[in-house]
Design a protein around this ligand. Structure first.
Ligand SMILES: Cc1cc2nc3c(=O)[nH]c(=O)nc-3n(C[C@H](O)[C@H](O)[C@H](O)COP(=O)(O)O)c2cc1C
Length: 255
């Protein structure tokens, strides 16, 4: 299996080291090949906000950078890690630039069955919300999300501080490994079911063949399916799924 870490720090320090330790742990647990992608080694341009990718298709993006190379790395992995330092109580700008370049994938998610987690390195405060945000991002991209972790890296780093970090990474990598080897296509929660049914029904009623979301959903059979991927819904979820379709229909017709 292959796991790729995307590191959003330009320096090779705590975020990189924690990611490397995480991946080495995975290797000690099973037959894992890994790659560390330092985003600073790639050309990522600033999104111009034209919405060509979401509306017409990603191939219409006017920017020529390494976006597709990076997405291919995600597609060719069984699991990914997004690792970022905490800068000004948020992700690093580098990581955010990367996420902006993936924006169309939130409309048309495709990483089902793959595992995701996040690592945030910080001096002292703000990382929890960043991890929460990254977990949400992983979820919206279709991944099976393993809860991320915040590492306190206040310098000078003490032996005790380093041991604390190592312990967190050890625990997180074990949790991640368990999910990775299952390669599950889980039954959606009510919230996820709602997001899928509302967005597909809205797309069906409000868009047309001129929109890439419409043609993508159609190609995937998502206008008729219960969920993004084949899954057995219990009678309650079947019923509530239809209710979400109905709500989206009402809302589309009242616009
Ligand atoms: C521009 C900048 C802003 C930062 N802002 C915060 C912050 O808001 N909260 C925090 O706890 N640490 C903050 N830090 C500290 C870093 O999160 C910390 O040093 C982290 O280990 C950096 O990751 P790295 O070692 O991979 O470069 C900031 C560091 C920089 C360079």
């Amino acid at each position: 299996m292959k796991v790729t870490a995307f590191v959003g720090s330009s320096r090779k320090k705590h975020t990189y080291n924690a990611s490397e330790k995480f991946l080495k742990n995975l290797q000690s647990l099973g037959d894992i090949e890994y790659e560390i992608v330092r985003l600073s080694d790639y050309n990522l341009e600033t999104c111009k906000g034209c919405k060509s990718c979401t509306d017409r298709g990603e191939e219409f993006c006017p920017l020529k950078d390494d976006r597709d190379k990076l997405i291919e790395k995600m597609m060719n992995s069984d699991g990914v890690i997004f690792a970022s330092p905490n800068y000004c109580f948020q992700l690093s700008g580098l990581m955010k630039m990367f996420l902006d370049r993936l924006a169309f994938l939130f409309h048309r998610p495709r990483f089902f069955g793959k595992t995701f987690t996040s690592i945030v390195a910080q001096g002292f405060y703000g990382g929890k919300d960043i991890v929460k945000y990254l977990n949400f991002i992983g979820d919206r991209l279709g991944f099976n999300v393993v809860k991320g972790s915040v590492l306190t890296t206040l310098e000078p780093m003490t032996e005790k501080g380093q041991m604390k970090i190592d312990k967190i990474i050890d625990k997180q990598s074990k949790r991640y490994y368990e999910t990775l080897i299952k390669k599950e296509y889980p039954t959606p929660t009510l919230f996820k079911l709602m997001i899928f049914r509302m967005s597909r029904t809205s797309a069906k009623l409000m868009l047309n063949e001129d929109y890439r979301d419409y043609t993508y959903y159609k190609e995937k059979g998502w206008f008729e399916s219960d969920y993004y991927y084949p899954v057995k819904l219990n009678p309650f979820k079947k019923l509530i799924g239809r209710f979400f379709d109905m709500m989206a229909t009402r809302s589309a017709r009242s616009r």
